[in-house]
Design a binder for this molecule. Structure first.
Ligand code: GLN
Length: 277
């Protein structure tokens, strides 16, 4: 089979041409630019078998990131496995907001940052990469996710603290200058979940109305934030009002929402004004 024939097969299976090229490039260990210039190159039998199998998996909805084992996020090449959510471009908004909050803190402060439910480590690692002076902690309740995040940190040469446990629960007695989280927020009966069936369900939905994890993050945050610290949360397209309300009811002020590149209200953050509880 030649490169051009593999691309025809991909089209017949309904796999997007770009995805097919990235899969071919992965198995042939060549950049996409090489494939474009060598569409008459012949694949050996092993490569044919591997490419065909992956094209069929892709056609069945397996995310490309799982097939190539990698996803770029905020300039970092992250390893990704089915143990974690595939990092999404809209989550880069959460990172950019976190970096702006860090820059607003007192210069010279080695700010403490926590990423709750870090998954692949995407948000925590992007923050640490961009602001090396920050002391970044990453938590996850899933051992396989934490192991992958640790591996990503090691590969990228970024020093993070990793803590196993649910949301704030393993951080008793600890306070931070900034907290971020991209928790599961899809409602349990959202038909959209079907298209995401290859990703860990626990990373996508807390079941019910989709707000349970966001509620827990906000409810316990005051015990873990220094006065003036912000908690920044990613959420679903129709949850911004509810999240702002939860923040205000808990005593945060102000609570602000930012839109993603698609114009969707995607992240809400709020400032904890209080004295330490
Ligand atoms: N943004 C993801 C999606 O709907 C969900 C991510 C999440 O639950 N944190 O595809």
């Amino acid at each position: 089979m030649r490169v051009a024939e593999a691309l025809v097969l991909a089209r017949e299976l309904g796999v997007a041409r770009l995805d097919a090229q990235l899969l071919l490039g992965h198995h042939l260990q060549r950049p996409r630019s090489w494939l474009i210039a060598h569409d008459d190159a012949t694949l050996d039998a092993d490569a044919v078998a591997a490419v065909e199998a992956d094209l069929r998996r892709r056609a069945a909805g397996v995310p490309l990131a799982y097939l190539v084992g990698e996803r770029e996020f905020h300039g970092l090449a992250l390893r990704v496995t089915p143990a974690v959510l595939v990092p999404r471009p809209e989550t880069e908004l959460l990172v950019d907001w976190a970096l702006q909050r860090l820059d607003a803190l007192a210069p010279g402060l080695a700010a403490t940052v926590v990423d709750l439910g870090t998954g692949s480590g995407a948000v925590a690692l992007a923050v640490k990469q961009a602001r090396p002076a920050a002391r970044v902690t990453a938590t996850d309740a899933q051992p396989a996710a934490l192991e992958l995040a640790r591996d990503n940190a090691h590969r990228l040469g970024l020093a993070l603290e990793f803590v196993a446990g649910d949301w704030w629960q393993p951080l008793t007695g600890r306070r931070f200058d900034l907290a971020v989280s991209n928790p599961p927020y899809v409602a349990g009966d959202d038909p959209h979940l079907q298209a995401l069936a290859h990703e860990p369900r626990s990373a996508l939905t807390p079941e019910g109305d989709g707000l349970a994890a966001l509620r827990r993050l906000i409810a316990s945050a005051p015990q873990h934030l220094n006065p003036g610290a912000w908690l920044l949360l990613e959420h679903g397209h129709d949850q911004a009002d509810a999240v702002r309300r939860l923040f205000i009811e808990r005593g945060f002020q102000p609570a602000l929402t930012r839109r993603d590149l698609a114009g969707i209200e995607r992240c809400t953050g709020a400032r904890w004004p209080g004295e330490p509880l």
